[in-house]
Structures are given as structure tokens and as C-alpha cells.
Design a binder for this molecule. Structure first.
Ligand SMILES: Nc1ncnc2c1ncn2[C@@H]1O[C@H](COP(=O)(O)OP(=O)(O)OP(=O)(O)O)[C@@H](O)[C@H]1O
Length: 251
């Protein structure tokens, strides 16, 4: 692997007697889509929170784009391009689809280019927003109110809002949750198109989606990584099959 974009070393976290992250060491490649799977309560969302800075670690080191960010707060990590989509992004219901993305672009602009000349700003933000909508397949809906979008399209809109922050790594926490088959397929197609352009960490329960999308998969059980490898390696791993015993949709 070339230099990883994200390195996790010996991450541990307990809530009282409950160890939710147990000595997790992982590297995320600079252009890989890395899925994290595991049974309910395995500690996947907690791990994402430890990467973004929302969940403070007991022990461990997080290195992002070559910099030790272990002690940096959430906003400082976000400014460096560590971008979480879902569960934090707020879609503004009174705005159109395009306005939502342009507003996200403006918010990013304000924090990173404070002295940019005002004149060229609006057109530039608009172009950036349109390009992001193109990438997620929502350009035809740009002028519609955000509230008119389906649940699946709203997830796509949230990805467009994440893209305008110029992410160096996208963290996607259960993007397919609550989606029907058709909506899932649309989102798989969007993520497939983004794959290779942005490194991504994907936490997801939909195994069919995960095994098609991921370059590598890590399996978390009781806060520990019990397996990490290509989809084929993970599928064949006896410890993984044991952990998923009885779950018929395991790919
Ligand atoms: N703030 C907290 N205080 C106490 N326990 C917590 C806290 N946050 C999470 N936990 C516990 O940590 C464990 C891991 O939770 P987490 O949400 O990270 O799992 P998960 O793998 O994302 O689960 P799911 O797939 O169901 O979303 C669970 O047992 C949960 O109850």
C-alpha cells in the first residue's frame, strides 16, 4: 500500500466495564474504499466517532495525511479534510437542492478562504455546487425544494454537501439505512463512481452493498478487529462466518 491516508494505532475505549474499542490498529489506503462491518453493538459508530474526534480515546494514536491528529478537536480535523456524512449534516428544508449544496460550499469557504474576493465568490460556489450534484446524480433536481427528495435522494444530497468541503477522506456511517432495494442500488452506483476519487470508510449493514463496493473490509466484534482483507478473504474467514452465524444475508 502507498502511504495510508489514515492510520489507527492501538485505539482503545471503555465505558465503565464495557470495552467498546479494543486495541484497534488499521490503515486506510489513499484511494481505497474500506468497509467496517460487524454485528450490532460491535463498536463501529464509536470507531467513526474516534476518527472524527467526537469520541475521546482512552489510548491510541490517529494519524491523518501524515499528521498526528489524536489530540485535535472535531472542527480542526474537519478543516483538514476529514469529512463525515450522515448523522451530522443538516439539510435545510426551506432551500432548494442546489441552495443546500451552495450553502455547504459557502460554509467551507468561510472557514478556509476568509479573504477570498467577494465578487467571484457566488458564481464559484454555484459552479462547485452544480459539479457536486453532478457527481451524485442529482443535477436534474437542482432547482427542486430539498423536501421534495426521496429518502435515498436526501442521502445523495448529503454526499454532495460533503463533497463541496473538499474531503481528503469521506466517512460514511450506514448510508443505506432505511432504504429500499432501488434506492440502495442508486447509492451503490453513486459510491461506485466516487470510488478511487475519494478514499472512503464505509460502515454499513447491507452486506450485498458492502461486498460489491469495498476494496477491503475489516470486521469488528466486541470492539476488536477479528479480520481485515479483501472481500474474498473476509468472506472465506472462519472467524467471520462464526461471528455472523445465523445471519442469512451474509454475502
Ligand atoms: N456514550 C456511551 N456510553 C455508554 N455506552 C455506549 C456509549 N456509546 C456507545 N455505547 C455502547 O458501546 C457499544 C458499541 O456501540 P456502537 O454504537 O459503536 O456499535 P455499532 O457497531 O455501531 O452498533 P450498530 O451496528 O447497532 O449501530 C454498544 O454496546 C453501545 O451500547
Amino acid at each position: 500500500m502507498t502511504a495510508p491516508i489514515l492510520s489507527l494505532r492501538g485505539l482503545s475505549k471503555s465505558y465503565g466495564a464495557l470495552k467498546v474499542t479494543d486495541d484497534v490498529t488499521l490503515d486506510i489506503g489513499a484511494s481505497e474504499l474500506h468497509a467496517i462491518i460487524g454485528p450490532n453493538g460491535a463498536g463501529k459508530t464509536t470507531l467513526i466517532g474516534e476518527i472524527t474526534g467526537e469520541v475521546p480515546l482512552d489510548v491510541g494514536q490517529v494519524t491523518f495525511a501524515g499528521e498526528d491528529i489524536t489530540r485535535l478537536p472535531i472542527h480542526a480535523r474537519a478543516l483538514r479534510g476529514l469529512t463525515r456524512s450522515f448523522q451530522i449534516t443538516q439539510i435545510l428544508p426551506a432551500f432548494t437542492v442546489l441552495e443546500n449544496v451552495a450553502t455547504a460550499a459557502q460554509a467551507h469557504d468561510r472557514s478556509s478562504f476568509r479573504f477570498f474576493r467577494q465578487v467571484s465568490r457566488d458564481a464559484r460556489l454555484n459552479d462547485k455546487a452544480v459539479a457536486a450534484l453532478d457527481q451524485v446524480g442529482l443535477r436534474p433536481k437542482a432547482e427542486l425544494p430539498a423536501t421534495s427528495l426521496s429518502h435515498g435522494e436526501k442521502r445523495q444530497l448529503e454526499i454532495a454537501m460533503a463533497l463541496v468541503s473538499e474531503p481528503k477522506l469521506l466517512l460514511l456511517d450506514e448510508p443505506m439505512a432505511g432504504m429500499g432495494r432501488e434506492e440502495t442500488e442508486s447509492l451503490v452506483a453513486v459510491l461506485m463512481a466516487l470510488k478511487g476519487r475519494y478514499p472512503m470508510v464505509l460502515v454499513e449493514h447491507d452486506m450485498h452493498a458492502v461486498f460489491r463496493l469495498a476494496d477491503r473490509i475489516s470486521v469488528l466484534v466486541y470492539g476488536r478487529v477479528i479480520a481485515s482483507g479483501t472481500p474474498d478473504e473476509v468472506r472465506a474467514d472462519p472467524a467471520v462466518r462464526e461471528a455472523y452465524l445465523g445471519e442469512e444475508d451474509f454475502a
